[in-house]
Design a protein. Structure first.
Length: 125
């Protein structure tokens, strides 16, 4: 499978420092930043720094170091906002959209971390 990547997508521009972002966590391979149009009190996007369009692209071609760093950065955001379910913590939802059926607007892999309110059912139909 030949994966595509559009270097002009908005998250590529954020990674190049061409447009600003509100950084939550930055590591060697990963950037977590606030979504510009939050749909919950906590709405953080986590992106790999490498040029991967989708989850399947990343899973197929990223190095183990990138994959571990990405996964652990998501966990670090969950820790930073104290979201892990238990006692008086409320839990969270991760969403990764891919392609047309997934309604992915920005063609650079991103995981949405949503929390801070009851998020409703995942899908209606
Ligand atoms: P998706 O529909 O899964 O591709 O989600 C794209 C997300 O990127 C949306 O939640 C947008 O609000 C968010 N977004 C778009 N542009 C920016 C930006 N410049 N900074 C932060 N978030 C953005």
């Amino acid at each position: 499978m030949a994966y595509q990547y559009d270097t002009q997508n908005i998250f590529a521009k954020i990674l190049r420092g061409e447009i600003p972002n509100k950084t939550v966590i930055e590591t060697e391979h990963t950037l977590a930043f606030e979504d510009i149009a939050p749909q919950a009190p906590v709405h953080v996007l986590v992106i790999p720094k490498g040029p991967y369009q989708t989850w399947d692209h990343f899973a197929a071609e990223a190095s183990e170091a990138e994959i571990v760093d990405y996964t652990r950065t998501i966990q670090a955001v969950v820790n930073q906002f104290d979201l892990a379910p238990g006692d008086d913590r409320e839990g969270y939802r991760l969403i990764v959209n891919a392609g047309e059926a997934g309604i992915q607007e920005v063609p650079h892999l991103h995981t949405h971390i949503l929390s801070g309110r009851v998020l409703g059912r995942m899908l209606r139909d």
